[in-house]
Design a protein around this ligand. Structure first.
Ligand code: UD1
Length: 423
């Protein structure tokens, strides 16, 4: 298994291009199942999760071609030859559950294995199932699979009232509702930019949607959706991650394609910590105002709150901040697995349930560490960039799920980082 070797060093300068959002692409891709006409996505990120979703769609009978070195995905679901999403593919990635709504809406039935994905808590799919039930579907959990069936005549509009905000369940509900008969109202909907991006794409395909980006979304079902071409929104998590590089190492980096509205709550915290973020013509520029950043407290929340997907990276920053910061994880119950690894590098962290108290130290020390999930892996790389000596991050396959060309992007601004290919 490959590992990444990082050596702590001085200021970074230059530009880092930000890719299209993994999480947007993973919900835009299954939207192809809703139509028998082609859907083309541009600005797609080149990641193993995207290849897994391509494999899953192909297994259902869709055609997926990766063009322009993977930046364009040309998909067509003219014929759906199979309505069963198999365990072998689904277990690799939790987002596989996002084929359930579209399959059910277009074909009237589906079998989807219960998902796997990052080990960051229980992550059930009950909200996805309840949402589709509200549209008339019958759900049966058997042999590790969800067996779903639409009523005769197809899904019908209904009221979906989520007891808690779920990004994936909102996406499944939204996609399914586009082809349901009548009106669907989704309450307590997720408001993430990826939801807005999905709604925009669905609208280009002919869907009638109002209210995306707000807590209540209304969908007027249509008989069929047609083809479209859509550009995937910028990856706000990749953006936030690389914004931390010059904060940790010093210097100034411009994040190409970065947009303030995607990372507002994150920028507010950075500002409080002593970081300057400014808008440029091509994106966002980031630099530390003074020497060391100040400790800040963070609570993860659904959008527009501080994203859970940036919590691990923020913790890496707080490890060398001045003072003590309290990081509260409200979305996933088991998302501090990076803390013991950071402690191997000399960080002072005390985890009690969903709260981590981080007392900044002057300098971290390089150490061999292990990536435990996608965002944890990149937090260890950031910590390695702040540390004295060498840090070797193993199990980087997690990283390949969500960050394209991480070594190239960081080396381009002066970081000392390389990938070691194990024999
Ligand atoms: C998506 C993102 C992930 C991000 C998360 C929260 C993708 C592919 N992944 O994941 O990177 O960390 O949003 O911003 O877009 N829950 C239930 N029952 C359900 C569904 C969710 O209890 O049926 C719970 C989860 O366990 C979690 C919370 O709801 O505690 C939020 O999860 P959710 O928003 O659904 O996350 P994902 O869509 O899986």
């Amino acid at each position: 298994m490959d590992s990444i070797l990082v050596t702590g060093n001085g200021p970074l300068n230059g530009q880092i291009p930000i890719a299209g959002a993994k999480n947007a692409c993973l919900t835009l891709m299954p939207a192809t199942l809703l139509s028998d006409e082609p859907l083309t996505l541009t600005n797609a990120p080149r990641l193993s999760d995207i290849r897994t979703m391509s494999d899953l769609l192909r297994s259902l009978g869709a055609e997926v071609s990766s063009l322009q070195h993977g930046k364009v995905l040309a998909m067509s679901s003219h014929d759906l030859s199979n309505l069963r999403a198999d365990y072998d593919i689904v277990r690799k990635m939790r987002a596989s559950i996002l084929v359930l709504g579209p399959l059910l809406a277009r074909a009237g039935q589906a079998e989807v294995s219960l998902p796997g994905g990052c080990a960051i808590g229980a992550r059930p799919v009950d909200l996805h199932l309840r949402a589709l039930e509200a549209l008339g579907a019958e759900m049966d959990l058997r042999d590790g699979y969800v067996h779903a069936k639409a009523p005769a005549g197809g899904l019908r509009g209904g009221v979906i009232d989520f007891p808690l905000v779920s990004v994936g369940a909102t996406e499944n509900a939204l996609m399914a509702a586009t082809l349901a008969k009548g009106t669907t109202v989704i309450r307590n909907a997720a408001r993430e930019p990826e939801i807005v991006d999905l709604a925009r794409c669905l609208r280009k395909m002919g869907a009638q949607i109002e209210g995306e980006g707000e807590a209540e979304i209304t969908v007027e079902g249509v008989d069929r959706l047609h083809g479209a071409t859509h550009q995937v929104v910028t990856d706000r998590i990749e953006l936030g991650t690389y914004m931390l590089a010059p904060v940790i190492c010093g210097g100034e980096v411009e994040l190409l394609g970065g947009q303030m509205e995607l990372v507002r709550s994150f920028v507010e915290k950075l500002d409080e910590a002593g970081v300057e973020v400014s808008e440029s013509e091509a994106g966002l520029k980031v630099r530390r105002r003074n020497g060391r950043v100040r400790a800040v407290d963070v609570v993860t929340e659904p959008f527009p709150g501080f994203p859970t997907d940036l919590q691990a990276q923020m913790m890496a920053l707080m490890c060398t901040a001045e003072g003590t910061s309290v990081l509260e994880e409200k979305i996933f119950e088991n998302r501090f697995m990076h803390a013991p690894e950071l402690m191997r590098m000399g960080a002072k962290i005390d985890v009690q349930g969903g709260t981590a108290r981080v007392t900044g130290v002057e300098r971290l020390r390089g150490a061999p560490v292990m990536a435990t999930d996608l965002r944890a892996s990149v937090s260890l790389i950031l910590a390695g960039m702040a540390a004295e000596g060498e840090t070797r991050v193993s199990r980087v396959y997690h990283l390949d799920r969500g960050y394209e060309n991480v070594v190239e992007k960081l080396s381009a601004v002066g970081a000392k980082i390389e990938r070691i290919h194990d024999q």
